[in-house]
Design a protein around this ligand. Structure first.
Ligand SMILES: [Zn+2]
Ligand SMILES: [Zn+2]
Length: 344
C-alpha cells in the first residue's frame, strides 16, 4: 500500500511540470477554397481570418471554422474587395462574433461588397484602416501591416492589406493580390520582410512575386491558393520557375487541398490535406480518380512542352526553359502543344 502511494506521488511529481508547461498550438490553415483565398490563423484560442473565399464558400468556411473550434474572430482581414477574397465574409460575420475587420478604405460597386458592409454594420465589429507599420497581436503572434502604403485607383489588387505574421523565430508573409507595384512599396518601407513562409501573391499570377520581392522575403516555403484547372492559368509558369529556381518548397491548395502549418516559434511543420478537409471538396476527390500533378518542361520559344524525363525537354536552352509542376491541360490552356516524342 505504501509503495503504491509512493509511486503515485512520484508519478504526480513527474507529470505535474508537464501540465504546467503545456503549450497551445500556433497554427495557420490555408483553407482550400478553389480559385479564391481563405486563411485561418490561430493562437491560444484566438483566431484571425484572412479573406473569406468566393460567394458560395461562406457555408463551407463556417463549417471548417466550427470544426476547428472557432467561437469568435478577433480579426478578419478583408484584403481587398474582389469577390474571390470577400465573397463569403458576410456569412462569416453573421455567424461568429467578430471584433475587428481590417480592410482598405476603398469601395466597390458589387453585391458581395455591399453584403459585407451590411454584415459589418449589423455586427459590433470595429473597422480598422490599415496603416503601414502598425502592429497588432493575436495570442503569441504579432503582425505588422506592410501595405497598402497608398491606394491605387486603377487596380484594387494593389490596395490589398499585406501583413508579416511572426511567432518568435517563425514568420509568414501575406499579400492578398498585391501586384509588383505594391510589392515595391513594401520593399521601399524598409520593414524587414524576410520570412520562412510566403503566401504567394495573387494566386501565383505573373504580375506578382517579383524577383526583387522574392529575394527580400527569401522564404523556405511558399503556399499558393489556387483552383484546379482555373481559367487564369494560375499559378503562372514564370512564378513557379522563380520559386523552383530558389529551391522553395511549394504547397498548392489545388494539389494538396487544405494545407496547415504548425509554428513552435522555432520551426514550422506543414501538413497537407488536413483533418476536416478543405472548405470545398476537390473535383478530383469527388470523381474518384485522383489526378497527380507532374513536372513538365516548357519551351517558351517553340511553345512545346515535355515530360521532365524527355531528352528533347532536357535539351531546351536555359533562356527558353520553364519548369512547371501541374496538369497537362493547364499547360495546353496556356497555348503550349505536347511534344510528339514523350507525349506528356
Ligand atoms: Zn483581386
Ligand atoms: Zn484573388
Amino acid at each position: 500500500m505504501k509503495r503504491i502511494t509512493l509511486i503515485l506521488a512520484l508519478l504526480m511529481l513527474i507529470t505535474t511540470p508537464v501540465y504546467a508547461v503545456q503549450k497551445t498550438e500556433e497554427k495557420i490553415h490555408f483553407i482550400d477554397v478553389g480559385q479564391a483565398d481563405c486563411t485561418l490563423v490561430e493562437s491560444n484560442g484566438m483566431y484571425m481570418l484572412i479573406d473569406g473565399g468566393e460567394e458560395d464558400d461562406g457555408e463551407p468556411i463556417i463549417k471548417y471554422l466550427k470544426d476547428n473550434g472557432v467561437d469568435k474572430l478577433t480579426y478578419i482581414i478583408a484584403t481587398h474587395p474582389h469577390a474571390d477574397h470577400i465573397g463569403g465574409i458576410d456569412d462569416v460575420i453573421d455567424s461568429f462574433v467578430t471584433e475587428n475587420v481590417i480592410m482598405p478604405k476603398v469601395s466597390a460597386t458589387t453585391y458581395c461588397f455591399e453584403r459585407m458592409i451590411n454584415s459589418i454594420a449589423r455586427s459590433k465589429a470595429k473597422v480598422i484602416e490599415p496603416v503601414q507599420g502598425a502592429v497588432y497581436t493575436l495570442g503569441d503572434f504579432t503582425f505588422t501591416i506592410l501595405g497598402p502604403k497608398h491606394y491605387d485607383s486603377d487596380d484594387l489588387n494593389n490596395d490589398s492589406v499585406a501583413i508579416k505574421l511572426v511567432n518568435k523565430n517563425d514568420s509568414f508573409i501575406f499579400t492578398g493580390d498585391a501586384q509588383t507595384e505594391e510589392e515595391n512599396d513594401i520593399i521601399d518601407s524598409g520593414i524587414d520582410i524576410s520570412a520562412d513562409v510566403l503566401k504567394v501573391g495573387h494566386h501565383g499570377s505573373h504580375s506578382s512575386t517579383s524577383d526583387a520581392f522574392l529575394n527580400k522575403v527569401a522564404p523556405e516555403y511558399a503556399v499558393i491558393s489556387v483552383g484546379e484547372d482555373n481559367s487564369y492559368g494560375h499559378p503562372a509558369p514564370s512564378t513557379m520557375e522563380k520559386l523552383n529556381n530558389r529551391n522553395i518548397k511549394i504547397y498548392r491548395t489545388d494539389i494538396h487541398d487544405t494545407v496547415t502549418a504548425v509554428s513552435t516559434g522555432n520551426g514550422i511543420t506543414f501538413t497537407e490535406n488536413s483533418v476536416g478537409g478543405g472548405a470545398r471538396q476537390s473535383s478530383a476527390a469527388v470523381g474518384g480518380s485522383v489526378r497527380t500533378a507532374q513536372t513538365y518542361i516548357l519551351n517558351k520559344n517553340s511553345m512545346k512542352f515535355h515530360k521532365d524525363t524527355c531528352v528533347y525537354g532536357k535539351k531546351t536552352s536555359p533562356t527558353n526553359k520553364l519548369v512547371y509542376t501541374g496538369y497537362a491541360d493547364t499547360i495546353k490552356a496556356l497555348g503550349y502543344t505536347p511534344c510528339k516524342v514523350c507525349n506528356p
